[in-house]
Every structure is written in C-alpha cells, then in structure tokens.
Design a protein around this ligand. Sequence first.
Ligand SMILES: [Zn+2]
Length: 391
Amino acid sequence: MIRTYKVMLLPNNKQKTKLFQCVGVARWAYNFALAQQQENHKQGGKFLSDGELRKRFTQLKQTEAYSWLNNYSNNITKQAIKDACQAYKNFFAGRAKFPKFKTKKRTRPSFYQDTSKMKITDTHVKLEKLTTSKKKNKQKFNWIRLAERGRIPHGAHVRYVNPRVVFDGMNWFLTVGVEEAEIKHETYSEGIGIDLGIKSLATVSNGMTFQNINQTPEVKKLEKTMKRMQRQLSRKYEKNKTKTEGGEFRYRKTENIRKLEFLVLKKRRRLKNIQLNYTHQITATLVKTKPAYVVIEDLNTSGMLKNRKLSKAIQEQTFHEFKRQMTYKCAWRAIQLIVADRFYPSSKRCSRCGHVKDHLSLSERTYRCEMCGLEMDRDFNASINLKNYAK
Ligand SMILES: [Zn+2]
C-alpha cells in the first residue's frame, strides 16, 4: 500500500526563485499540450497521444525561441504533458469537466519530480536540474533542506511514487508516496464504535472522549480575528472600487489589501494546522488501542450537522478529516473500518435493550430508556450502538 508523506521545504531565496520558475515551466507545458489537443480536435483529429505531444515539444525546444526550456528538467514538462492528456481523457470519458488552461492566479503551483532522479536524505531532498551547471561546487544548489528530519523513509529498498513539489501560498512542500507494507497486529482489543459530535468531537465505546477543538478558546479567538480581518478586507475593497464607463464596478488590489490577505491566509493556515494536528492525535490514539474493528456513522446523517450555533463548514470539515484519517490509518494496520448505514438509529436506540425511541431532541444530553430504565450519556449510548452495529 502507498503511504503519502508531505514535508515542508526550507529553500533559500535563490532556490525559491528557481522553484517558481519550475512551476511556470510545468504550467507552460500543460497549456501547450492542452492547446495542441484542442487545435487537433477542431481540425477533426483524434486524441493525440502524450508520446506524440512530447515529440512536438522536443522539436520546439530545439528552436532558438524556446531554448530556455532546456534549463529545466525534462521530467517536469514530460509529466505536465501527461497530466494534460489525462485531464483531456477524463473529460471525454465523462469523468471530469473540460480541462481549463492553467493560470498563475487560479492554479495551485506544483511540479513533478522524477522518482529515479530525486534523492532523499534525513535532512535534504535533491531535485533535478535546479542548476544547469555541472560544476561540483554548484551542485549544492540542487539540495533543498527539509523541515522535518528523517521523516521520509529513504535507502535502497524504498520506492517512491509520484513526487510533487507544491506551493500553498506560503510555503513549499514535497509530497511523495512510499510503498509500505501493512502493519499486522498480533492481538486485538475488542471493536469500538465512535460517535462524532459537537459537544465532544469523539465519544468512543471504550470510554474515551475527546473534546471538540473547535470549542476551545484558542480556536474561537482565531475564528473571531479572522472574521474581523475579513470585514476589514471587504471594507478596503469597497473603498477602492471604481466605476467603469460601462457602469460596472472594478475592484482593485492595493498593496495594503495584498498584505492583509496574506495575514488572513496565515491565520487560516494556523487554524487548519491546529485542527489537523488534533485530529491526527485522536485518530492515532484510537488505532493504537488495536481494536478488532471500528464503526463510525455515516456523516451525511449525523444529526450534529443540523446544529446552527457552530460555524457549520468548519465542523463538517473536521468530521470529514476525522473519517479520512481513520480510513487510511485503519488500512495501514489492517483494521476493518465499518460505516454504519445511514438509517441505523444509533442515537435513538437503547444500547441495553434495543428499544428505539420515536423522538430524541438534540437538547437531551442524557438518554433515558422508557422500556428498561437505562440512563446514560447520549453520545456514549450512541457509541455503544455503533460498536454493536458490527454484529
Ligand atoms: Zn432500554
């Protein structure tokens, strides 16, 4: 199975410049391939293979006007052309929308690295052809420092899959897949059910509960600051708008707006990182208890999403992230993950006698069974029901 690693890069200024150029070349090659396909289609031609497109690209590189393309690794452009062909194929197979040209504004900056050319050590990654110089003292330039030491496995036995260098608006990252074997446990504890909620993010049938990070003062404060900055931003945009002759408004990006937008981005990243980090901690703790199986509810139906008090998008995102992490972490350890049917009444059912209530309002925090008299925390009751769902 393939495990994906994402590690921040610490390029120096010169390397940063070069990375942006690599992104530009990848974008250029992608757009080239797309334009060729479209032109060919207009002429009534069939799909052009990426081999054919690469041939045309190589011819282009040999002309004076495009000789600058030779300053970059040809694996970057090769993959960009492949990606464009794939996007085109996906469209014709009905899997995706018609591919758009990549622009500086709209597209997330990224480019591909060849697996055999890339080298990884504990502290550095060697990218291909950041410098075109063959001189020994210049070769250092190809090596970019990694922010986390020894995070990505390396050595002769390690096989890398689809390495990409990406920029997220603030930092550069290396993402790379590594083929790894599943971890098989000798002993398992019994299965667990996990109820996701607003009050506690996760209530587990084994008695563990995890508080909702979105409810902590730190996160609430961050959200508030972000909202304030956003209002500030829209005020600034409003102030600087001008009316064109056609009577439409034009919004201008001033230097101040640019700065403020960057600050908002920084806050948003911070919030996202806090949430991600926290979810990783919980999911890691849970799989380490080595449960025989894990049951979670169908996120489409979890009643918590109907709560209007909390910023809904953020909560939904946390749930989905939780499920995503749980899914792949269970897969690594060969733990079966079961998603309960959306009609399974995990909240309304009594975990002792199986009686199902007609109605249970969100405000009722304690589950009281009118048949057997069970009284239990609502979420805990739900988590036990989810655990029993597997039987
Ligand atoms: Zn009961």
